[in-house]
Design a protein around this ligand. Structure first.
Ligand SMILES: [Zn+2]
Length: 402
C-alpha cells in the first residue's frame, strides 16, 4: 500500500510508496527475478473472482494510493452448518470497495459469489487496506473476525488516534530525525488519517496464534506469524493445497515497508523482519504457491526470501560506508538508501524516514552505530568505533567507481 500521507501513529497506512518503487525498479533488472514463476495468469477483473485452486478464489480491490490494488482471497468454508466464504483481508473503507463488495455479495445463485454468505473474516494484519472493511463484513453477516492479538489491539489503538492532535512525542521524534518545521506542520495537519479508511472495528475477535492449525472448509490451514512490517502478521499455509496466503509478509515484486514509528522510537523492526525471513525459510517448503496481498501469485518462495534478505544486507553495508565519511542525520541518509530523491515537502518524507530509522536502529542494536544529540535537536549517527569507520571508508573508496 503506497499511500498519500505522512506516516506516524496517526497514518501508518502511508507505508510503502518510496521503498517499493525503488525495489521494483532495482529488481526488474535482477537475474533473481527470473527465479519466480507466476502461474495464475492475469489478475481478476474487479468484481469477478478467479478460482486458482479448489475452493480458493482470488479477488482484487482498488486502493486509493500509488499502489493501486490489493488481493483478497476467499476460501470455501462452513461454520455452524452455514456454508459460505471465509474472506482473507478486506480492502479499505472507500466507496468503490464498498460498491464492489455489494456487487460480489448480491443474493442469488447467479451473483459472483453465488449468493453465499461470508462465514468469517481473517485479517493478516492491521493496515487499513487489509482491515478496512472487516467491521462492515462481520456486522453484515454476524461473522467473527479472526486475527492475532497484537494486530487487533494495535489497530484499535491507531483508529483511536483519529481526531486527536499530533502528540509532542511524535513531533520530537521527527525533529530528532532532522525534519524542517514545514514538514512538522504538514504532519500535524495530516495526523490521525488511519481511521479514515477503516470501518468501525468489531468490538471482539477470535485470536489466532503462531503454529495454530485451523479447519477452513475441508482443509487444514496453519498460522505462520512474521514480524517487522507489522507487529504480529499472520500468514495462512495449507500444505494439502500447497498454498501460502502471505499478506504483506512476502511480496513478489516490491519489498514491504519496514519502519520505525514515533510510538516506539527505539524499536528494531528490521531485526524482526530479517529474523522472520530466516524463520519462514526454515519452516516453509520452497514449492508453495504464494498468494500475496499485492502483485500476482507466485512460486519461488525461498528465492524471494533470499533476495529480500540480500537487499537489506546491501542497504546496511551502504549505510555504514556512508556514515564512515561523516556522522549524519536521518534525513541525510536518504540518498544512500533510496534511488529516488526524497523531497522534504513531499508525502514520501514520512515513509523514507521510517525506513531510514529502521536501518539505523538495527545497526545501533548490533552495536555498530551510535546516535548522539546535537545542539540543533537532531540526532547524529556515527560508526561506533574508529577501526570500523576506517574499514568502511576504505570499502567505500573501492566501491565508489561503480
Ligand atoms: Zn501492510
Amino acid at each position: 500500500m503506497s499511500k498519500s500521507e505522512v506516516p506516524g501513529p496517526g497514518a501508518p497506512e502511508a507505508r510503502e510508496a518510496a521503498p517499493e518503487a525503488r525495489e521494483a525498479a532495482r529488481e526488474a533488472a535482477a537475474p533473481e527475478a527470473a527465479a519466480l514463476a507466476y502461474p495464475c495468469g492475469e489478475p481478476p477483473a474487479p468484481g469477478a473472482p478467479k478460482e486458482i485452486a479448489p475452493g480458493v478464489l482470488w479477488l482484487r480491490m482498488p486502493l486509493p494510493f500509488a499502489l493501486n490494488h490489493i488481493n483478497l482471497y476467499l476460501l470455501d468454508d462452513e461454520v455452524d452448518g452455514r456454508a459460505g466464504w471465509a474472506v482473507v483481508d478486506t480492502g479499505t473503507q472507500t466507496p468503490d470497495v464498498l460498491a464492489a463488495w455489494r456487487t460480489l455479495l448480491a443474493p442469488g445463485a447467479g451473483s459472483p459469489l453465488a449468493g453465499r454468505p461470508i462465514t468469517r473474516v481473517f485479517a493478516t494484519h492491521m493496515h487499513p487496506d487489509h482491515m478496512g472493511m472487516a467491521g462492515w463484513l462481520t456486522r453484515k453477516y454476524d461473522a467473527r473476525l479472526w486475527m492475532t492479538r497484537e494486530e487487533y489491539l494495535m489497530c484499535r489503538t491507531l483508529v483511536a488516534d483519529t481526531g486527536r492532535e499530533a502528540p509532542d512525542d511524535a513531533i520530537d521524534f521527527y525533529r530528532r530525525c532532522g525534519w524542517p518545521e514545514e514538514a512538522l506542520d504538514v504532519y500535524r495537519a495530516r495526523f490521525g488519517g488511519f481511521g479514515k479508511y477503516v470501518h468501525a472495528l468489531p468490538d471482539s475477535f477470535r485470536r489466532i496464534v503462531d503454529g495454530e492449525r485451523l479447519a477452513i472448509g475441508g482443509n487444514e490451514w496453519r498460522v505462520v506469524v512474521g514480524r517487522g512490517h507489522s507487529p504480529e502478521h499472520a500468514s495462512l499455509v495449507c500444505e494439502h493445497l500447497g498454498i501460502m496466503i502471505s499478506g504483506d509478509q512476502v511480496l513478489p515484486r516490491i519489498s514491504s515497508n519496514v519502519s520505525v514509528f514515533p510510538t516506539e522510537p527505539d524499536a528494531d523492526p528490521l531485526g524482526e523482519w530479517l529474523a522472520s525471513i530466516a524463520d519462514l525459510r526454515a519452516r516453509l517448503p520452497a514449492e508453495l504457491l504464494v498468494l500475496p496481498a499485492h502483485g500476482e501469485p507466485f512460486r519461488g518462495l525461498h528465492a524471494r526470501l533470499d533476495r529480500l534478505a540480500a537487499g537489506h544486507a546491501r542497504s546496511l553495508a551502504r549505510l555504514k560506508r556512508s556514515l564512515a565519511a561523516e556522522p549524519k542525520r536521518v534525513i541525510d541518509i536518504f540518498g544512500t538508501l533510496f534511488a529516488r530523491p526524497i523531497d522534504t515537502r513531499s508525502e514520501q518524507l514520512g515513509l523514507a524516514t521510517g525506513e531510514g530509522v529502521a536501518h539505523l536502529n538495527h545497526l545501533v542494536q548490533r552495536g555498530e552505530v551510535v546516535a548522539e544529540a546535537a545542539a540543533d535537536g537532531a540526532l547524529r549517527y556515527r560508526l561506533a568505533d574508529a577501526d570500523a569507520a576506517a574499514a568502511a571508508a576504505a570499502a567505500e573508496a573501492v566501491a565508489a567507481p561503480e
